[in-house]
Design a protein around this ligand. Sequence first.
Ligand SMILES: *Cc1c(COP(=O)(O)O)cnc(C)c1O
Length: 330
Amino acid sequence: MVPINLGDIRAARERIAGKVERTPIVLSTGLSERLGVPVHLKLEHRQTTGSFKLRGASNAVASLDAEHKGRGVVAASTGNHGRALAHAAKLEGMRAVICMSRLVPENKLDEIRRLGAEIRIVGNSQDDAQQEVERLVAEEGLVMLPPFDHPAIIAGQGTLGLEIIEQVPEAALVLVQLSGGGLASGMAAAIKGVSPSTKIVGVSMTRGAAMKASLDAGHPVLVEELPTLADSLGGGIGLDNRLTFAMCRDLLDDVVLLGEDEIAAGIRHAYEQEREIVEGAGAVGIAALLAGKVKMEGPVVVLLSGRNIDMGLHRKIVCGDIPSISEGAA
Ligand SMILES: *Cc1c(COP(=O)(O)O)cnc(C)c1O
């Protein structure tokens, strides 16, 4: 039994219609030639707020009743969820408070502030930020909307899977970013619900792959958070994970991990060959193909999940200057 099913995801799509973009999907001729199968790129980095996270946030906010809407929402976020939640809450006229760790890059902070949310910076890890969230829930009555382990968030992210399988019904393989697993859980539930034979492979960075370590251990485990070019994939899955660990375990066909140089190559390819600006997390699907780390089956759909990268860092990467991670590339 999948806790979030096709019915939940279709309901989410109705709920968020008009609040999120239906993003385009394009054939990459370069990658298709290189790999010998059709490779389609789902351009979700062009979503409003610059990532798919708006889907889950919009669905979660729209699912609240009037009393909860009146209290306001709070979340811990490495950036894109906070940004999405700020936007979704503003659209509903609600208060939003976003808690995050000091590892989050400055450009993401500014954007969330600009979107009208209050920001609290706490500690050095996602778990520290999460403690502040729990305090605000207990002391100020705010409603917590976590970045991934929540039914309405997972169902919202799942709407991306519905779009993909409508746009490329014959997809044999879909590459999806994997961090907390809300995206992968929702997308896999949607895609396998419509097309059970389509394989879904999760992609993470080697530096701090919490879901991969947890899947290997057979239960959620803590992993040290490290700076990475794929900063949106940082953070743990929660030792008390309720939904996404089991969904990823049951629905994903495989998980592959990438080094920092490989991620940089993905960003560079996206820019030079596809003419798309994507952040590190957004580029890991392309990076996995370029690195030859995926057992190929075509047609392939590769998700570009976000574009919120510091443009100074992006410029360095496309110039072939891969910043040393110890200098704080995230
Ligand atoms: C959050 C995020 C992911 C990972 O999503 P999870 O649901 O945490 O696995 C991937 N890419 C981008 C750009 C993100 O912001």
